[in-house]
Structures are given as C-alpha cells and as structure tokens.
Design a binder for this molecule. Sequence first.
Ligand code: HEM
Length: 180
Amino acid sequence: MKGIVFTEFLDYVADCFGRDMVDDLLDDCDFSHCGAYTAVATYDHRELVQLILSLSRQAGVPAPTILRDFGVHLSQTFARRFPFFFEERTTLFDFLDSVENTIHVEVLKLYPDAELPRFITNRRDDSVMSLDYHSSRCFSGLAAGLIEGAARYYDTAIELTQATVSQGNATHVRFDITLR
Ligand code: HEM
C-alpha cells in the first residue's frame, strides 16, 4: 500500500486523537522503519490493519468505525490534492462511475505499484446506484468512508448500505447508495 495512505492515516490520528497517540501507536507496532513513512514508497497493507487495531485498543473505538472515519478524511485529502478528479464531475454518481475507469487508472500511472480494488457500478435508476467492491485486502470499510466523503463533497445526502457477497471473507462487498 502506498505511503500516502499511511502518512494520511497518521495525520488523521494526530487530528482526531492527538500527537501523543501517534507516538503510542508507533511504539506499540514497533515497525522496522519506525513509522517514517514516505508518500511514494510502498508498505505492507497489513501494517495499516495493525495500526488500526492498535488505535482501536488504545482509544476504545471499534476498528470498523476508525476505518470508515479515516475513509472520509482520505476523501477530503484527495479532493485537496487531486481537485481535477472531483471538479471534472458534477454529481456523486458520475464521480463514483469514474473511479474504476478513470481515477484509479490515473493513480496507477502515478504510482505503478499501487494495489487498487476493482469496482463495478450499476445505476438501478436515477436515485439508486449499486457499487461492487472487489479486493483481496478487504478494505470495504475504507471504501464506505470514501463514498461518504465524496457525497459530502457533492453536497448530496445519501443512504449507504452494504452486504458481503463473498463467502467467509470480505473480498467482495456490494454497496447500495440511495439519494435522499
Ligand atoms: C480522487 C479520488 C481518488 C484517488 C486519487 C484515489 C487514490 C487511491 C490510492 C493512491 C490508493 C492507494 C493504493 C495503494 O496503496 O497501493 C487507493 C486505494 C483505495 N481506493 Fe482509491 N482513490 C480515489 C477515490 C476512491 C473512491 C471514491 C473509492 C471508493 C469508492 C476508493 C476506494 C479505494 C480503496 C478501498 C482503496 C484501498 C485498497 C483496496 O481496497 O484494495 N478510492 N486509492
């Protein structure tokens, strides 16, 4: 997983839980690089899982809540760092439609070793979209937060539900996004 995700995660922790919590997490996890993440380098995505579980233990917040909140934070960061991806689309559904075939394709040009999920979007009608998330890394909670953050960007009220499609793990999750 690209370092930008880790540097943003530590920023999120500092903002929401304080600087000391960042130090406590890095002490607890004891990685060989001592938490000195660089945005363009690549790290094992399981380190993010470790950091989230450690934060969950130390802050007493459920891990799924942390992953989702972090997704919202990351969406805001992406909107700041890559504004053109957002500005080129006028609606939430147009934006979500473009993640698989445009945005993540551009991300891959920027970071050729990025490990990206696969999305299939399907507009059921004008107010309902289903979005199928496929990834061996099982970060659907992050996807949920990114969808919520994008909805906020487009000032669109949504109802978001999700169901696991794959058996025994969360490699395939279906989201239903309904405009309210
Ligand atoms: C401008 C918008 C976006 C940008 C620039 C972007 C970029 C990225 C980058 C750099 C990564 C890390 C890849 C790696 O670590 O190797 C990533 C991963 C990911 N992206 Fe996006 N993304 C965007 C929008 C979205 C949206 C809207 C969603 C949800 C629908 C999404 C879902 C994910 C998920 C869940 C991952 C984690 C990897 C995985 O689950 O396998 N992204 N994205």
